[in-house]
Design a protein around this ligand. Structure first.
Ligand code: ARG
Length: 455
């Protein structure tokens, strides 16, 4: 393709092995073909190609696509997907193939192909995020009546509903979807094609029409910028890394709940693995891998940012290294999400274990709030209930089993308040603010999430 300058000398094997990106970028072939067909159309409008030549190129590219779909593009000897498509086009269409790259460079080509690929890929990611979100919502709707401790600092804090805990992991996914949507609607809406190698195309193509033909909203505004810009890759990698981080947090929490010690949930057999030595084991590998995959996607983001740092405007070959990171992150997320969803869909909550963890000390805030109701300033009430908790600890009994006289010595209203605490359900319902764990607040969240995610 560029042999003329080199008098026919072939590149060294060592250069070829380093430079060859086809094993990575072969997956861009449908997008490379599609962009090439749109480019042929734009060249015909600009009267660089006759209608017959355009048809020969478009038809030839269709045949190239069929060959690539049937064969193994990665196994071909070519440098990258662009040179492979060009070579096959010569085989399919003959000499007219030599006219396709008029006014076009691999620099605007690859910037266009990757955007086209990402539009599809982020659409697939969005579908999987939505599916996981729906699974959490469905399980949350079944978990409204199950009560367990809500934790801060890994310590039991206040009683909450199991459905509420699950929804705390669904809301981040809604934000992840919003990030993906912004990328699709804005960053990925600009078409680089027609930018040439660095300074614009020598052919007066109508870039606005070309952009529309490929489903973009508009042409990119600066050729030097867009051929060297990988912001859209970096932002996609951030969105994927944060999504993977959210999934790892869900996985980490479920792992604790599924542990032998806690046992709030049991994972289905289909989502557990066994041990090669320990016959009794049921290991939560899905959750552990989801935790680790977040590290990997974060690594992909860091790889790309480190690659971009210090690069001048315009294309440098460094940019070829964007694709291993991007493809890895998308593949990783797409293999992780369905597995975590399956684990969520099939896990069994164990209500007795959740109940058993509801230590009466979790009534402490209710008691302090009760004292506030009797006119005690909250700080003082906090201290008084703290003393009651300490007394209970010293006696080795539950907070609500401290003898009445001893409680009354701390504050005369305490025996009465202890007597009217009600059950755990009553405790949860006392915190009825919007966004909380009460039945009504949870119902509002479920409705909101169903509207966002569908059901
Ligand atoms: N394989 C290259 C990449 O992914 C395509 C662009 C090459 N451009 C060039 N001038 N060598 O970045």
């Amino acid at each position: 393709m560029w042999g003329g300058r080199f008098g026919g000398a072939t590149p060294a094997d060592a250069l070829d092995r380093l430079n060859r990106s086809l094993p990575v970028d072969h997956r861009l072939w449908p997008h490379d073909v599609r962009a090439a067909q749109a480019w042929a159309g734009a060249l015909a409008v600009a009267r660089v190609l006759t209608a017959a030549e355009r048809d020969a190129l478009v038809g030839g590219l269709d045949r190239v696509a069929r060959r690539l779909a049937a064969g193994n593009p990665a196994a071909e000897p070519d440098e990258d997907i662009h040179t492979l498509v060009e070579r096959l086009l010569y085989e399919e269409a003959g000499a007219v193939a030599g006219k396709l790259n008029t006014g076009r460079s691999r620099n605007d080509q690859v910037a266009t192909d990757v955007r086209l690929w990402l539009r599809d890929a982020l659409g697939s990611v969005d579908a999987e995020v939505t599916a996981l979100g729906r699974a959490l919502v469905a399980r949350a709707a079944d978990g409204v009546d199950l009560l367990l401790p809500g934790y801060t600092h890994g310590q039991r804090a206040q009683p909450v509903r199991w459905g509420y805990v699950l929804l705390a992991h669904a809301w981040p996914l809604v934000r992840d979807r919003a990030r993906l949507a912004t990328l699709l609607e804005d960053r990925l809406a600009e078409c680089p094609l027609g930018s040439g190698a660095v300074a614009g195309s020598g052919i007066a193509v109508d870039r606005a029409t070309l952009a529309q033909a490929l489903g973009f909203a508009r042409p990119s505004p600066n050729a030097l910028d867009v051929t060297g810009d990988r912001d859209f890759v970096a932002e996609s990698l951030f969105a994927l890394a944060l999504l993977a981080t959210h999934v790892s947090r869900l996985a980490g929490e479920l792992m604790t709940y599924a542990s032998s010690e806690v046992g709030f949930v049991r994972l289905a057999d289909a989502y557990c693995t066994g041990s090669s030595l320990l016959p009794q084991k049921r290991n939560p590998d899905v959750l552990e891998l989801a935790r680790a995959k977040a590290a990997r996607t974060l690594g992909d983001l860091v790889t790309l940012l480190a690659t971009l740092k210090g690069l001048p405007a315009g294309y440098s070959k460094d940019l070829q290294e964007d694709k291993p990171a991007l493809f890895d992150a998308v593949d990783t997320v797409l293999v992780t999400l369905p597995a975590v969803r399956g684990a969520v869909e099939t896990l069994t909550p164990i209500p007795e274990r959740m109940r058993a963890a509801l230590d009466p000390a979790l009534y402490a805030t209710d008691l302090a709030d009760g004292l506030v109701g009797r006119g005690v300033p909250f700080r003082e009430a906090h201290g008084l209930v703290g003393r009651l908790v300490q007394d209970a600890e010293a006696l080795g009994c539950a907070v609500n089993a401290v003898p009445g006289a001893q409680a009354a010595a701390i504050h005369p209203a305490l025996p009465d308040l202890l007597g009217s605490l009600g059950d755990w359900e009553a405790s949860v319902e006392r915190r009825a603010t919007a966004g909380g764990s009460s039945r009504e607040a949870l119902a509002a969240q479920l409705a909101h999430l169903r509207a966002q995610l569908g059901d």
